[in-house]
Design a protein around this ligand. Structure first.
Ligand code: ADP
Ligand code: MG
Length: 569
């Protein structure tokens, strides 16, 4: 196929385009950041592929990004000599959204523009953001290694369809030309573009070049001389890998912009941790905690993992070997000297240094969370709301860090008497009654069911705090836990209740007496209910309700039973 053809955008792209133009109206300038970010990704991909096939450089290994403009024609162009795209790549990447779960994300939109606009932020708009300021976008691209005749021209006005045709392109890489909308001509301006490159793309490790601004003395040289000289270019950004720069010279703004580049997220990060480590295991890591959960957090195939660099050469995206699954929401970069440049995913899985890095990075991530919990509890609570459910997979997945992860968990409890999960196990322990030996909890289908469980009566009466668990994962999680800080966990609805030293000798004696008096009743109940129960016994856990059902210490809890029943077991 070399002829011109016109194709329709995927439905989701049309929806995205519409929403985006509305929601990003006041933040138009980010289109430049997105396009430079893509140019940088394309350059890094070429550098990586050229490690095993140097011919791809086509005798031009000097990777750079150019930003040009034409004030009269009202155009802005972003040009890179990166990996480029084949015709098929163009159709796949500039006509569809290649993210799993996209369709369900869009079907979940409400149609209420204001609400949906907020959602778009967590989706990321990338290339399509060009249409915020452009009435037409033309892409000229050729994939490295392909013949000049396999260049591709893609063109669209962003209204439902695009055209595509083959053109001769001697230069590999991608040139994107934006024909600015009426009212957005301001972007075809040297000062404006420079300012934006510095503001949003300073951290890009590939040089971003613009025409050198004329010095007043140049004017004396006369028009003639200038006309036959190629324009002189200069680098506008820092053009060094941000993570390799020293922490003290980096500003919060720079960290935030870099986050948006590596994560493809629109929102700001909640926290980050930047570590430069020397010694046997040399690495630099820059880990970020997102503010919002991505729309596909629960999608198995959702991208996860870090960007892997080896001595500042980009190796791969989504390297998921460096963090455990329960920390899959962490974004960022790891750069290490201890891995060989010709790694592949297969090799990575066998390299013992990967395990060492994973251990180190897991610790970095957990420390970042612990620090946030300690110093900025409000932010930590916000984090917990978004990602707490994922972190709850941790104690079972990561035995070595179990105690650390447990410290990070947050629960609703009878102490606060509201559904907010803000109580940590350390808080609980600090409020334990004298003589209390266990951490008490109850699991139910909902917070309200947990809170009004009859099993809580005796605890409320005695002023003993009980954790109120009602998330889907809770019963399973608790079944994996035994103790924290030397104190065992006790489900208040299970087995015999032993409140330890909290009960006085006198109370115990009294209870035994009551039990004796009631022997006749419990025997009759056991007889009458027969097979349906294990035993009937006098209880001291209730103060208001006359009776309750309890499951045995080693039996499945009610929630787990329901899950098993639903699964047909
Ligand atoms: P993302 O960057 O999150 O993948 P974008 O919408 O920004 O999403 O870009 C979509 C895809 O288009 C990219 O993943 C890439 O495959 C392709 N692409 C965009 N710009 C370029 C470019 N300058 N060079 C090569 N490929 C590009
Ligand atoms: Mg992008």
């Amino acid at each position: 196929e070399t002829q011109k053809e016109t194709l329709g955008f995927q439905t989701e792209v049309k929806q995205l385009l519409k929403l985006m133009i509305h929601s990003l109206y006041s933040n138009k300038e980010i289109f430049l950041r997105e396009l430079i970010s893509n140019a940088s990704d394309a350059s890094e991909k070429l550098r990586f592929e050229a490690l095993s096939n140097a011919d791809l450089y086509e005798n031009d290994g000097d990777l750079k990004i150019r930003v040009e403009f034409d004030e009269e024609a009202k155009t802005v162009s972003i040009i890179d000599n990166g990996i480029g795209m084949s015709r098929q790549d163009v159709v796949d990447h500039l006509g569809t959204i290649a993210k799993s779960g996209t369709a369900s994300f869009f079907s979940s939109l409400t149609g209420d523009q204001a609400k949906d606009s907020q959602l778009i932020g967590q989706f990321g708009v990338g290339f399509y953001s060009a249409f915020i300021v452009a009435k037409q976008v033309d892409v000229y691209t050729r994939r490295a290694g392909l013949d000049a005749s396999e260049g591709v021209h893609w063109s669209s006005a962003g209204e439902g369809e695009f055209s595509i045709e083959n053109v001769e392109l001697p230069q590999r890489g991608t040139r994107i030309v934006l024909s600015l909308k009426e009212g957005d001509e301001e972007f075809a301006n040297a000062f404006r573009l420079r300012t934006l490159v510095r503001k949003y793309s300073d951290h890009i490790a590939i040089p971003v070049l613009m025409e050198k601004q004329e010095m007043p003395s140049d004017e004396e040289e006369g028009e003639e001389k200038k006309a036959d000289k190629a324009p002189e270019l200069e680098t506008v950004n820092s053009a060094t890998a941000l993570w390799s720069r020293s922490k003290s010279e980096l500003t919060d703004e720079e960290y935030k912009e870099f986050y948006k580049h590596v994560s493809h997220d629109f929102a700001e990060p909640l926290a980050w941790a930047h570590n430069q480590v020397e010694g046997n295991l040399e690495y630099t890591s820059l880990l970020y905690l997102p503010e919002r959960a991505p729309f596909d957090l629960w999608n198995r195939d959702a991208p996860k993992g870090l960007k892997l660099y080896i001595q500042r050469v980009f190796i791969m995206d989504q390297a998921d070997e460096f963090l455990p699954l329960y920390l899959r929401f962490i974004k960022g970069v790891v750069d290490s000297k201890n891995l060989s440049l010709n790694v592949s995913r297969e090799i990575l899985q066998k390299d013992p240094n990967v395990d060492k890095l994973r251990t180190a990075l897991t610790k970095r991530a957990l420390d970042m969370l612990a620090k946030l919990a300690k110093n900025e509890p409000e932010k930590y609570n916000a984090f917990w709301k978004e990602f707490g459910q994922v972190l709850k997979e941790g104690p079972a997945e990561d035995y070595a860090n179990r105690e650390k992860v447990l410290k990070l968990l947050r629960f609703a409890s009878t102490h606060n008497d509201n559904a907010e999960q803000t109580v940590g196990l350390d808080d609980y322990i600090s409020r334990m009654k004298e003589g209390q030996e266990k951490i008490y909890y109850v699991v139910a289908d909902s917070y309200n069911a947990a809170k009004s469980s009859p099993h809580l009566e005796i605890f409320r009466k005695k002023g003993i705090e009980v954790l109120l668990l009602s998330d889907r994962i809770d019963e399973w999680m608790m079944s994996q836990l035994f103790d924290f800080d030397g104190k065992s966990f006790q489900d208040v609805s299970k087995g015999e209740l032993n409140l330890g030293e909290v009960e006085s000798e006198e109370e115990k004696k009294q209870q035994e007496e009551v039990a004796k008096q009631m022997e006749g009743l419990t025997e009759r109940l056991t007889g009458a209910l027969g097979e349906r129960i294990k035993e009937a016994r006098v209880t001291h856990r209730l103060t208001d309700s006359p009776a309750c059902l309890v499951v045995g210490d080693y039996d499945m809890g009610a929630q787990m039973r329901k899950i098993m029943e639903a699964a047909g077991q």
